[in-house]
Design a protein around this ligand. Structure first.
Ligand SMILES: [Ca+2]
Ligand SMILES: [Ca+2]
Length: 207
């Protein structure tokens, strides 16, 4: 059902199951990330809406008077505060924690410490850190060889393929370095450090 078409009206077409809703601009402004909406907004006139309706074949034709409406596509998206990148959501946690504490913190958000599958993903993680801190500081990611020395794995189960180790790392210095962190040295690459060190961290989860 369409509600009344006043400025205050929350007007929507009951197509949520298809991820498509129509909203007027005042309503769009009310939507915040608290609602976990990720909106792709396409401004359309009523004439264009007719075309859009034809394309979205399940949609009934509108017969209301002319006006500007907005076609809003709700897509799977990240919770508020997380950064979407392809099929994953990322978040930087500034509070310094041990690697295990950081992993548990991620798990409390249905995530894991971030695995890294490509240079692009690594650069995204670096950008999250620099955006949050205006620095290029250390942060735990999900790589560890704590179970068996030199057998590195990602805590989220991703196959351990891409790496960005600094030259000479991982070196398991003093025999006690089993957890990976980012932005080591002027090259801003990876180092293995002691898992009990308190560092910020980056969590990631699949959408
Ligand atoms: Ca090690
Ligand atoms: Ca090291």
């Amino acid at each position: 059902m369409w509600a009344g078409r006043t400025q205050q009206s929350l007007i929507y077409r009951s197509k949520m199951q298809t991820g498509v809703v129509f909203l007027q601009m005042p309503v769009l402004k009310l939507l915040s990330c608290n609602l976990h909406f990720h909106l792709h907004i396409l401004k359309i006139t009523m004439m264009k809406l007719m075309t859009a309706s034809a394309l979205l074949c399940a949609m009934a034709t509108l017969t209301t008077a002319a006006g500007e409406w907005y076609l809003v596509k709700k897509s799977p998206s990240c919770p508020c505060g997380w950064t979407e990148y392809y099929d994953q959501c990322f978040i930087y946690t500034a509070k310094p924690m041990s690697w295990a504490q950081a992993e548990i913190n991620c798990q409390s958000m249905n995530a894991n410490l971030a695995s890294v599958r490509s240079l692009e993903e690594y650069q995204l993680i670096q950008r999250l850190i620099s955006d949050a801190t205006q620095q290029h500081g250390f942060a735990w990611i999900g790589a560890s060889d704590a179970i068996k020395e030199k057998f590195w794995f990602w805590s989220d189960g991703t196959p351990f393929k891409y790496t960005n180790w600094c030259t000479g790392q991982p070196d398991n210095f003093r025999g006690i370095q089993n957890c990976a962190y980012v932005n080591f040295s002027d090259k801003k690459c990876w180092d293995d450090g002691g898992c009990e060190s308190a560092l910020p961290s980056v969590c990631a989860k699949k959408i």
